[in-house]
Design a protein around this ligand. Structure first.
Ligand code: CA
Length: 338
């Protein structure tokens, strides 16, 4: 990375980040391939601005098969009127554009998982160029970044907002207020450090604040998750002072603040096979309780292997496909912040 440090992105746009009004257009990611020697990938972006004020960057499609946030962001682009705003909203609805176009978690061009490629590379393949552009060109403009995820094809979540808290009291209080403004049924905080390739780590490096979501999943558009996303983004823009509260939005539901402390909150497949879950999403479980059974369909005389929960908590996330490999995440829990 040392060689490319400080190098500007090759991604350009005709849009003007400083112009008032609503601009809907494209980022141009140079992509020279057999069928198009001088071509570029046209990644949708919108800049909606009115005068001075805070800037919010709202991203979705970081993982291309997570749809609720993509729909909420497209509604945001059409629904926001610059006349009713003070400040700027930048919307990147299909952040890993090739992945979002294909409806896949990762890019079909370079197999890149955008949320494992930050800080990216201005000379890399498209996924790495995109993460570099987001971290060096978009995040530094933002007072707040929203990165709207869902469970995607393999997971399903109770619609949630999430953030990383680090122990700095002032910063943590600010994040808690943002989670309350987003008002998802559940908000969960993690303290886990170490992963430095995600949008969360990128936003921290860029000196801004980030809130994430997990809005549903199953590779579908979850009705509740989409509503939570639409209302949540609106709540954040109100909280930031970019748009005014209305009588409807003033009656915000209360979010349940939970935490995911460590690896014991996750249940992983101990064997390949067919997984029979015995608890449902939203269940409250105890340490040692049965989560399900791994069946060995090619050896039907063999007893299934019991899989147990490793800690107490609420089932926040479940795996969707029945077929499992050793190491697949089957469930993860959250617990109330005491
Ligand atoms: Ca995701």
């Amino acid at each position: 990375m040392a060689k490319t440090q400080g190098q500007r992105s090759r991604i350009t746009t005709d849009l003007d980040f400083n112009a008032d009004g609503k601009q809907i257009g494209y980022l141009r990611l140079p992509h020279s391939v057999h069928r198009s020697a001088y071509g570029f990938l046209a990644m949708p972006i919108a800049i909606i601005k009115n005068g001075k004020g805070p800037t919010v960057l709202s991203m979705s499609g970081n993982h291309g098969d997570e749809y609720e946030g993509q729909i909420a962001n497209s509604k945001l682009i059409r629904g926001l009127n610059p006349k009713d705003m003070k400040g700027t909203v930048i919307v990147l609805p299909m952040a890993n554009f090739p992945a979002a176009q294909a409806g896949m978690r990762t890019s079909p061009i370079d197999q890149g998982n955008l949320n494992r490629t930050f800080p990216g590379d201005p000379n890399g393949t498209p996924t790495w160029m995109i993460s570099h552009f987001i971290e060096t060109e978009l995040m530094p403009r933002a007072d707040l970044v929203l990165d709207l995820h869902s469970g995607g094809s393999s997971l399903n979540y109770i619609p949630s907002a999430l953030a990383r808290m680090g122990g700095d009291k002032k910063r943590d209080a600010k994040i808690k207020a943002l989670l309350e403004a987003f008002a998802a049924p559940i908000s969960y905080v993690t303290t886990a450090l170490g992963e430095n390739r995600t949008s969360t780590a990128a936003a921290e490096r860029a000196g801004t604040t980030i809130i994430g979501t997990e809005l549903g999943g199953k590779g579908t558009v979850d009705i509740d998750g989409t509503k939570v996303a639409v209302n949540g983004v609106r709540g954040i823009l109100e909280h930031m002072g970019i748009v005014k509260e209305t009588d409807i939005t003033r009656k915000r539901p209360k979010t349940r603040i939970m935490e995911v402390k460590d690896v014991s909150y996750y249940v992983y497949a101990p064997h390949p096979g067919l997984f029979e879950p015995v608890v449902k999403l939203g269940a409250t479980v105890k340490k040692g309780q049965t989560a399900g059974f791994v069946h060995f369909m090619d050896d039907p005389g063999r007893e299934p292997v019991e899989v147990k929960f490793n800690t107490n908590g609420l089932v926040l996330c479940e795996r969707i496909p029945g077929k499992i490999e050793r190491g697949d995440c089957l469930f993860h829990l959250a617990s109330d912040v005491k």
